[in-house]
Design a protein around this ligand. Structure first.
Ligand SMILES: Nc1ncnc2c1ncn2[C@@H]1O[C@H](COP(=O)(O)OS(=O)(=O)O)[C@@H](OP(=O)(O)O)[C@H]1O
Length: 421
């Protein structure tokens, strides 16, 4: 009754209409505010029940929210403090469950999910730069299901935390003491590369565990990303080429080579650091010091006969599928060598000069920002050790020994590494 009275009075009707319009805009503003605080997805969406106008607002809001998410993601992916503070309690627990395991040769402790692969090493330090990478962490539960992650340089959006463990499509197979750790650490900066940090030693020591075991060690990758690992002993493992080819004939292989004489001394220096009582380099080098006969059964010498090992790989892989990186140039011009590697892997050249600086104290190039960190990063103290002085006569004898093998190697690869200049 009261309503019909009000409605029949033209003045009251006008006021009533204005009231309704104001109420509607108030409700719409409230809804807008609610959505801007990112809470409206849990409510029944207004699109279904409402007019085109509300539908329009909903789509505008959607765009606004994706823009906010993209901005946030941009902030993360450009490396500004990706920190663990985004983790929920569950995720923090998951991270703490990551097993610690070592790089067989370096003793660096890396965080990787999965079983313990190598427990040889004695040196178990954790450096800040070896924490799980941004991509390894599934962020807080509230954010995870709705947030999207940029798939590397492809710019595709995929749900964060998604991805699957894949067998490596590319690997660094050698050589021991060539600079393999530096190469892997530098490559990890690339958004399209995900690599297992520790050396799996699957194709030499752990082959009987099977490919599923091996796959489990790998980090999750999104579409377009390359899975990588490095195990320098593969290059000198007789069975490795057949086994890797059995996994995939398309596997891309990278070998970091270094002057075999310096490499042998570096190898010896590493052993010496673990076992200070071993004989001198000179006495291990010769079978007979007076005749000058080199002991080729000593692994430190054996590994440097690159041409011989390469022959074995060429039985299973075409030359075009193997890239040789100069260990020397990796130090003098890291961006140049990284450029070649990115081309070989079919990736955009994202790692450039801008990523490196030369650390005077370390005496090596270092990363301005390591993967998943905003801090500068040099390799640990097991890389770039001071070598003992070796008698020049012994060094010369070794140079003479390696020369023909080096020449053969230059011929096979079509690259001159300059070890005999
Ligand atoms: N940027 C940078 N920082 C530190 N060290 C560098 C770098 N680039 C190459 N190198 C050289 O890498 C050598 C170790 O090689 P690897 O990583 O292949 O060693 S290992 O086989 O994994 O133990 C290591 O050998 P040594 O100098 O004999 O210790 C270094 O000379």
């Amino acid at each position: 009754m009261a309503f019909s009275r009000v409605y029949s009075d033209p003045l009251s009707r006008g006021i009533f209409k204005k009231f309704v319009v104001m109420l509607c805009s108030l409700l719409t503003s409230l809804y807008l505010l609610h959505c801007l605080t990112d809470r409206c997805s849990s409510m029944p969406t207004p699109v279904k029940a409402s007019s085109q106008v509300v539908g329009f607002f909903a789509s505008e809001l959607h765009d606004l929210r994706s823009l906010r998410r993209k901005r946030l993601l941009q902030k993360w992916t450009t490396g500004s403090k990706p920190g663990l503070s985004y983790q929920s309690a569950d995720d923090a627990k998951r991270t703490s469950e990551y097993s610690r395991f070592d790089d067989a040769d370096t003793g660096q402790v890396l965080y990787e999910p999965g079983p313990q692969v190598d427990s040889d090493s004695k040196n178990r330090e954790l450096s800040h730069d070896m924490q799980p990478s941004l991509g390894d962490i599934v962020y807080s539960k509230r954010l995870a299901p709705r947030f999207m992650m940029k798939t590397g340089s492809t710019g595709k959006l995929s749900p964060l935390g998604d991805g699957t463990k894949k067998l490596p499509q590319a690997m660094i197979i050698g050589v021991k003491k060539g600079g393999t750790r530096a190469l892997l650490e530098f490559l990890r900066v690339h958004p399209d590369i995900r690599a297992v940090g520790a050396e799996p030693h699957f194709f030499d020591r752990n082959y009987e565990n099977g490919l599923e075991w091996y796959r489990e060690l790998m980090p999750k990758t999104l579409e377009g990303q390359i899975t990588m690992e490095k195990t320098p002993s593969y290059f000198v493992t007789r069975e490795a080429p057949a086994r890797i080819s059995g996994m995939s004939r398309d596997t891309k292989l990278i070998v970091v080579v270094r002057d075999p004489v310096t490499r042998a001394i570096s190898d010896y220096t590493q052993t010496l650091s673990k076992k200070p009582d071993i004989p001198t380099f000179e006495s291990l080098t010769f079978r007979n010091r007076t005749t000058g006969l080199i002991d080729t059964s000593w692994s430190a010498i054996q590994i440097g006969i690159y041409a011989k090992h390469l022959d074995n790989w060429l039985q299973y892989f075409p030359m075009g599928q193997i890239l040789f990186v100069s260990g020397e140039r990796l130090i003098s011009d890291p961006a140049g060598e990284l450029g070649r590697v990115q081309d070989f892997l079919g990736l955009k050249r994202i790692i450039t000069d801008k990523h490196f600086y030369f650390n005077q104290t370390k005496g090596f190039p270092c990363l301005k920002k390591a993967e998943g960190s905003s801090k500068p990063h040099c390799l640990g103290k097991t890389k770039g050790r001071t070598h003992p002085n070796i008698h020049p006569e012994v060094v010369q004898r070794l140079r003479d020994f390696y020369r023909p093998f080096n020449m053969k190697f230059y011929q096979m690869t079509g690259q001159i590494f300059g070890w005999d200049d």
